[in-house]
Ligand binder design. Sequence first.
Ligand code: NAD
Length: 293
Amino acid sequence: MTIGFIGIGIMGRPMAKNLIKAGYRLVVYDKFTKFDDLTAMGAEGASSNKEVASKSDVVITMLPNSPQVKEAILGEGGVTEGIASGKIVVDMSSIAPAVSREVGEALKAKGVAFLDAPVSGGEPKAIDGTLAIMVGGDQKIFDTVKPILEKMGSSVVLVGDIGAGNVTKLANQIVVALNIAAVSEAFVLAAKAGVDPAKVFDAIKGGLAGSTVMNAKVPMILDGNFKPGFRIELHIKDLQNALDTAHNLNVPIPLTANVMETLQALKTDGMAADDHSAIIRFYEKLAKIEVRK
Ligand code: NAD
């Protein structure tokens, strides 16, 4: 089986490497980023998305957002121009669920199956092959590609029809953003009240307030390390997709809207490329204190 991999960025690169290491034949392409390290590992380099599709049984895309996925799959020189009926496309980017459904419909018209399969876990888990992968689509297609996805993730769950993977990812991103904001507000208060934030962390991380987010982000905050990780600009993209999706369904999501404005303020302050743990810097600025060791 030949796997096409499109989008050799922060996430796509280690994910593609794990597939090569697992013994799959890969054809790879990225419109803007070099991929010599992958061809050095044995992958075949292509010169367009169309070429990748024409040489692959399963095409995986790992691109920034909805417009890039539409361009790479449906656009000129895109996957649909090269792919044969009976093949499978798996989009692992985090995009708007409505666009997943649109792409799925366009591919169905060509006899091509589609899954949306966004991931959670960030670059470290992409490197380790331990991503959480949430999948939308047909059970039979899911069963066919599950062994491939398991080379990139330790949790691979079919959550519903096409689009359900990205709905689940939006839910994930809301919980993560609000959790970082809650941790930020709480730790700024503790620091301003004169209590050592490292001791607050030790005292509460094992209780009900503890979370994976708290364990990952508080040590970064205490070190003043806001290197990404997951960039604020990507979280803005995800929350915009969450707000659009919610509003189309008449679902108000006021807490998400609030954190979105925090992220916008940080972007205005030049922090768009910082890790999303920098949400605390918004609260630090309001209270005129820094939460550090
Ligand atoms: P990235 O910007 O590093 O990589 C995307 C790649 O797509 C780039 O190399 C870019 O050149 C390429 N690209 C863009 N348009 C293209 C086109 N038309 N054809 C071919 N290639 C094209 O982004 P990333 O951090 O790897 O994230 C990819 C996706 O995964 C995003 O949707 C992101 O939200 C999601 N995600 C990222 C993380 C993370 O921690 N970085 C974690 C979970 C999910």
